[in-house]
Design a protein around this ligand. Structure first.
Ligand code: PGA
Length: 251
């Protein structure tokens, strides 16, 4: 049985004040849903604040990205060790915004996944197709290629210690959520592809849906057999909406 995971991705948002009130507002919904793992991924500069706010609560947290290097002359980066030192459990890798705006290739993403795991972080590997690829019915091919790069570098067993987030790019921040049927179909494709390497690992890995996942769309998405929770952007900044999404994931 896979534990549902509801993870917020705050992106480039927040102030000390808003982060404080958001985390405080999530304490109770997280505590009241013990069957769900609740996590927030914060901009690196706020992780220390989240650490102090989330102490002794049911809220786990992570970074939105991680560097491949452990230390050295890489101005502006945050190493996996630094992120781990501040109590993070997770590190998002390969978000489509990083792939698009920072030219992160499948190989770079696989290296970040590796670096995160080596430091004891759980990578949350984001994969998903563009609108053009969706319309050309290339979704399965795209997600398999994205997964293959990680498998080639890290092996299939590495997914025992990772989370996958399927995020169709056309659904991110657009209000156009994939229908539960479309999402389930891709999630099943992802799991079947992993199972072609190792059935046991495929069965265990949590596959989250992301892309305009909100209080309205989450309940039907989470009913799908291969959807194990959500990676939530916009709605994760609104405590009541995020609390409703957590509730929708309860089993
Ligand atoms: P969204 O973003 O929920 O605002 O669509 C999701 C994500 O990019 O992780």
């Amino acid at each position: 049985m896979r534990k549902p995971l509801v993870m917020g991705n705050w992106k480039l948002n927040g102030t000390k004040e808003s982060v404080t009130s958001l985390v405080n507002a999530l304490k109770e919904p997280a505590a009241q849903a013990p069957s769900v793992e609740v996590a927030v991924c914060a901009p690196a500069i706020f992780i220390g604040l989240v650490e102090s706010l989330a102490k002794d609560t049911a809220i786990k947290y992570g970074s939105e990205d991680v560097d491949v290097h452990t230390k050295g002359a890489f101005t502006g980066e945050n190493s996996p060790e630094m992120i781990k030192e501040f109590g993070c459990k997770y590190a998002i890798v390969g978000h489509s915004e990083r792939r698009a705006y920072h030219n992160e290739t499948n190989e770079v993403v696989a290296a970040k996944y590796k670096a995160a795991q080596e430091s004891g972080l759980i990578p949350v590997l984001c994969i998903g197709e563009s609108l053009e690829q969706f319309e050309a019915q290339q979704t399965a091919e795209v997600v398999k290629t994205q997964l293959k790069a990680v498998i080639d570098m890290n092996g299939i067993k590495s997914f025992e210690n990772a989370v996958i987030a399927y995020e169709p790019i056309w659904a991110i921040g657009t209000g156009k959520t994939a229908t539960p049927e479309i999402a389930q179909d891709v999630h099943a494709t992802i799991r079947a592809y992993l199972a072609s390497f190792d059935a046991e690992t495929a069965e265990k890995v949590q596959i989250l849906y992301g892309g305009s996942c909100n209080a309205k769309t989450a309940p039907d998405l989470f009913k799908q057999p291969d959807i194990d929770g959500g990676l939530v952007g916009g709605a994760s900044l609104k405590p009541l909406d995020f609390a409703a999404i957590i509730k929708a994931a309860e089993v």
